[in-house]
Design a protein around this ligand. Structure first.
Ligand code: C2E
Ligand code: MG
Ligand code: MG
Length: 450
């Protein structure tokens, strides 16, 4: 009996496990065929559970999962199955659906109960849940497809901003297929020379002159035209393609930095976006590759900045710390991208020797309409300076924003006001144009602007 229990139930929550869930679902599908009553599958994922686990420890994480399991079970009938699939994923089988509104009700109840606060030990914890729903036989007729549907719907719920539920739809299916096709095409993008780097100036607000450039990757798809990085970088991250692509970006950025350093200003820097996935590579491999890249092109690390996101620091293990130390020893500076959209914890900045904060564009865009954002920006800039960091504002589009940032003490700015990201040759024209004889000013209208 013990062996049977271990094979079919989750030790932590006492709920049926994946194994048992499969058996029950198979039975329920047959019953549904006989009764002609549809069945609903609800996949629940706790939002930000990983953060709770990482910051408060596994004991607290485990107890949170137990309590969440109880709360979810309390929302359904005894004849319904609640199972834990693993991690922070739960799944419910709701058979005998007479009306769809009943499914909405239950999903709504689960959302509500999961947002109530948890008190565990001395901690008060707030989380929420995202739910993906699929219906049998309407959406699919086999177990694997149903689970895949529920998963797609759950991601749609996360994308809607979490703490909500979403039904599977044909358009989700289409989008998933499109991603699959795009992922396949991405494999031939490097060999087919379909990538190009564009550069966006980063302007020193004290002198109004270009001092750095952010390298931004562009993919020219042979049929679809330009695919935005926000669409293909996640696909590259889901496969291991991010490694060769990231290496290509680094190599070309280093080459470009060398050219502009020797031709224009030897303190010129290029900032390169690095995916957290790239940090997962074994430290020795990572450092050797990058070292070689700099050596081959005869460039000092001082001319390169890497942009990482806060998430990486939040979950930093020894490996990540080692790589950050290597970057520092090599003279490569580190910037935190999109600051203000995630945890925005200033304590990390100190701990990890960060050089720049990039205030996210959503923050900058709201400067003119929301006084709170002005106060927050001033506070962030002041604290960053106290910690020895410089601040770069992203997404600066108007003179007004620029002046507000100057008043707040911001060091650098980047945005359409100065220039869109542009190909290397156009960027060079910008650099040439701001030689000392041209008053050191940068025109607002630039070649790449439309
Ligand atoms: P990011 O690093 O935060 O880059 C800034 C994004 O803001 C760029 O979008 C840029 O074109 C856009 N932007 C710049 N100025 C303005 C402005 O004034 N207004 C507005 N509305 N937007 C502005 P882009 O090029 O589409 O890149 C999106 C994201 O893709 C980047 O966000 C970065 O996270 C990622 N990405 C781009 N290139 C690479 C790469 O080579 N490697 C990796 N891992 N990620 C990349
Ligand atoms: Mg960036
Ligand atoms: Mg950014």
């Amino acid at each position: 009996e013990m062996i049977w229990k271990q094979a079919n139930f989750d030790r932590l929550t006492g709920l049926p496990n994946r194994n048992m869930f499969h058996d029950r679902l198979a039975q329920e599908l047959k019953k549904s065929d006989r009764s002609n009553l549809p069945l609903a599958l609800l996949l629940i994922d706790l939002d930000e559970f990983k953060e709770v686990n990482d910051t408060l420890g596994h004991d607290i994480g485990d107890r949170l999962l137990q309590q969440a399991g109880h709360r979810i079970t309390a929302c359904v009938r005894e004849s319904d199955t609640v199972a834990r699939l693993g991690g922070d994923e739960f799944i419910i089988i709701l058979p005998d659906i007479h009306e769809k509104s009943k499914v909405d009700d239950i999903a709504g109840q689960i959302i509500n109960t999961l947002t109530e606060e948890y008190s565990i030990g001395n901690e008060v914890i707030h989380t929420s849940g995202s739910i993906g729903i699929t219906l049998y036989p309407g959406d699919a007729d086999d177990i694997d497809s149903l689970i895949k549907n529920a998963d797609q719907a759950m991601y749609a719920a996360k994308k809607k901003g979490r703490n909500c539920f979403s039904y599977f739809t044909q358009s989700l299916q289409d989008a998933a297929q499109k991603r699959l096709r795009l992922t396949n095409d991405l494999r031939s993008a490097l060999p087919g020379k379909q990538f190009e780097l564009h550069y966006q100036p980063i302007v020193d607000l004290n002198t109004d002159r270009i001092h750095k450039a952010e390298a931004l990757l562009r993919w020219q798809h042979p049929l679809r035209g330009t695919v935005p990085p926000l669409e293909f970088i996640p696909l590259a991250e889901n496969t291991s393609l991010i490694h060769p692509i990231g290496d290509w970006v680094f190599k070309h950025s280093v080459g470009q930095a060398r050219d502009w350093c020797s031709g224009y200003n030897d303190s010129f820097q290029i900032t390169v976006n690095i995916s957290p996935m790239q940090f997962k590579l074994e430290t020795r491999l990572f450092t050797k590759k990058w070292q070689k890249c700099l050596q081959d092109r005869g460039l000092s690390g001082q001319n390169i900045i890497v942009e990482i996101t806060e998430g990486l620091l939040l979950n930093a293990d020894d490996d990540v710390v080692d790589k950050l130390l290597w970057l520092r020893d090599t003279g490569i500076q580190v910037a935190i991208d999109d600051f203000g959209t995630g945890y925005s914890s200033l304590s990390y900045l100190r701990k990890f020797d960060i050089d720049y904060l990039k205030i996210d564009k959503s923050f900058v865009h709201n400067l003119e309409t929301d006084r709170n954002n002005v106060v927050l920006s001033e506070a962030i800039i002041m604290m960053a300076h106290k910690l020895g960091l410089k601040v770069i504002a992203e997404g600066v589009e108007t003179e007004h924003q620029k002046h507000m940032l100057i008043d707040a003490g911001c060091d650098y700015a980047q945005g359409y006001l100065f220039s869109r990201p542009i190909p290397a040759d156009e960027f060079e024209t910008l650099l040439k144009r701001q030689r000392p004889d041209s008053h050191g000013r940068i025109d607002v209208k630039q070649p790449g602007q439309n």
